[in-house]
Design a protein around this ligand. Structure first.
Ligand code: PYC
Length: 310
């Protein structure tokens, strides 16, 4: 399998260029469902140790079914598919530019949750116009064992997020283990108490906010991803969910800049336009860098061919 690795504001992406599973024909949403049903080991084999690590996100390039797109892409993490992924979209466009397959300008990717538009500004900087994002429920209270009562908003940015305005743990890099533990408890409590996104969808990302550390940003966040790793970047789909909440609360006007800082001090520059269905169309700008071009080898006798999972 030929892959190219990048990081976007610190968060890694592995783009599968060749050798991925043949998923046949159909929309990217259908191909993503087929990937989950027919290739359950693909996720751990490509992303986890000994070939990767649990913070990695994958981008499987697949044929697009829509003629206005240049490629289809299925984003995934070690535990399954993502609907959309902001940092991986930025990583993918920078990777394809590095390989000479895309030039600066505007490109469209078909994802399982809709078409996203990417503007490549230069070799390392791009903006993603995400799918329409919206807040589903405001001020939802959840009783979290060993943490207490936590209140947050549930919003969609291409994945489902529970957004907590005032993090119960200070957003310090040194507190990442505590932040991870608390965010995981919140996620588990949401599930146990039947608190979901629209149509019963699991809220599988938790986003904790606090005051910025840098003088040039508006807010700092910590984002827990579904596999239990934290997002090193400010999380593109999480920022989209945040913009939907800010817009609905009247705290940010369309076309106004919001700068979101991550737990490792990296940033996304964000803005939005009003969507057709009452939500927002977010734009996320950030930088990505290529870190490796690799061939992954899966030896038939390798006991960790499918990754280290136990
Ligand atoms: O950037 O949207 C994102 C993302 C989702 C999970 C990890 N990164």
């Amino acid at each position: 399998m030929r892959v190219i690795d990048t990081h976007t504001e610190g968060e890694p992406t592995r783009v599968i260029l060749e050798g991925g599973p043949d998923l046949g024909q159909g929309s990217v949403a259908q191909l993503a469902q087929r990937l989950a049903e027919q290739h359950p080991d693909f996720y751990t084999a490509t992303l986890l140790e000994p070939r990767g690590h649990d913070a990695m996100v994958g981008a499987l390039l697949v044929p697009n079914s829509r003629s206005d797109c240049c490629t289809g892409v299925i984003y995934f993490n070690p535990v399954g598919n993502l609907g959309m992924c902001g940092h991986a979209t930025l990583g993918t466009v920078v990777a394809l530019a590095h390989l000479g397959q895309l030039q600066p300008g505007t490109h469209r990717f078909e994802t399982p949750v809709g078409v996203v538009e990417v503007e490549l500004h230069d070799a390392n900087t791009a903006s993603v116009r995400n799918i329409e994002s919206y807040r589903y429920r405001k001020n939802v209270a959840v009783e979290v064992p060993d943490v207490g009562n936590v209140t947050g908003d549930i919003a969609w940015g291409g994945n489902w997020f529970f957004l907590v305005k005032d993090s119960p743990v200070p957003l310090e890099f040194e507190r990442i283990d505590d932040l991870t533990r608390v965010a995981l408890r919140i996620k588990n409590a949401l599930k146990q108490q039947g608190i979901t996104g629209q149509d019963g969808a699991e809220v599988d990302h938790v986003e904790l906010f606090g005051p910025p550390h840098r003088s040039d940003t508006d807010s700092r966040n910590f984002v827990l991803c579904p596999g239990g790793a934290y997002d090193r970047s400010p999380c593109g789909t999480g920022c989209s969910a945040k913009l939907a909440c800010l817009a609905e609360d009247g705290l940010l006007k369309p076309d106004t800049t919001w700068i979101q800082e991550s737990i490792i001090n990296s940033i996304y520059t964000l803005s939005y336009k009003t969507g057709d269905k009452g939500g927002v169309i977010p734009t996320i700008t950030g930088s990505a860098y290529v870190t490796a071009i690799t061939e992954l080898i899966f030896h038939a006798k390798d006991p960790y061919r499918y990754g280290i999972t136990a």
